[in-house]
Design a protein around this ligand. Structure first.
Ligand SMILES: [Zn+2]
Length: 207
């Protein structure tokens, strides 16, 4: 099995803005902090949520939508060996969360696989379900950088026009780094994608 099999995905943009993406939430402790900061700085993001967490924190799913952000599917249970699952199991993981979205009267065709790996099986399911696969081109390493100051400085250096940054809204350091990051960004004139720009980008044909 090849983890490098190429699947058409959005993981690069030739755009004058930075796009923030948050995986692995929602989390009752950290996601509200992140949403507060995003609101204060008027920044729009995409949240790739996990089904079991979304079911527990429905109010946060609603809040993410109400505050103008985008929701994506990051599978029902985030299996650590997602890339080794059968097509049927991959499909089940995705459909289960899609079905939950429907109960909240929302829908999303945005998908990011756990760990970010794709393979021929996943790509076949993605095509079958007509999902919009969203990657990234900048890793924040917020899972390993625990110091919010170090993390916020790193985020500033990653924020170039066209950066799609991978973050995790279930991490304390990420929640604490976001405000200093956005403060420094506004001093440096870094521009983040607004809702309309994200919408247009998501509707572009994959490269
Ligand atoms: Zn994940």
């Amino acid at each position: 099995m090849s983890f490098n099999y190429f699947v058409k995905s959005k993981n690069s943009i030739e755009k004058p803005f930075v796009l923030l993406t948050f995986d692995d939430g929602p989390d009752r402790n950290t996601t509200p902090i992140i949403l507060d900061v995003l609101k204060d700085f008027n920044v729009t993001a995409i949240f790739f949520v996990i089904g079991i967490k979304a079911k527990k924190e429905q109010h946060l799913i609603k809040r993410i939508i109400e505050e103008g952000h985008f929701i994506g599917n990051h599978t029902a249970s985030h299996p650590p060996l997602f890339a080794l699952l059968s097509a049927a199991k991959v499909e089940k993981e995705i459909n289960e969360l899609t079905a939950f979205f429907t109960t909240l009267e929302m829908e999303s065709n945005l998908f990011r696989p756990p760990i970010g790996y794709t393979n021929p099986i996943i790509s076949r399911v993605v095509n079958k379900l007509n999902l919009n696969l969203i990657g990234w081109n900048k890793r924040s390493y917020d899972t390993v950088i625990r110091n919010p100051k170090v993390l916020s400085n790193r985020l500033v250096s990653l924020s170039k026009p066209g950066s799609i940054i991978l973050l995790h809204d279930n991490l304390k350091q990420t929640a604490l780094a976001l405000k200093p990051f956005l403060e420094l960004s506004s001093q440096k004139g870094i521009t983040f994608a607004n809702k309309e720009q994200i919408n247009l980008y998501l509707n572009e044909k994959n490269m």
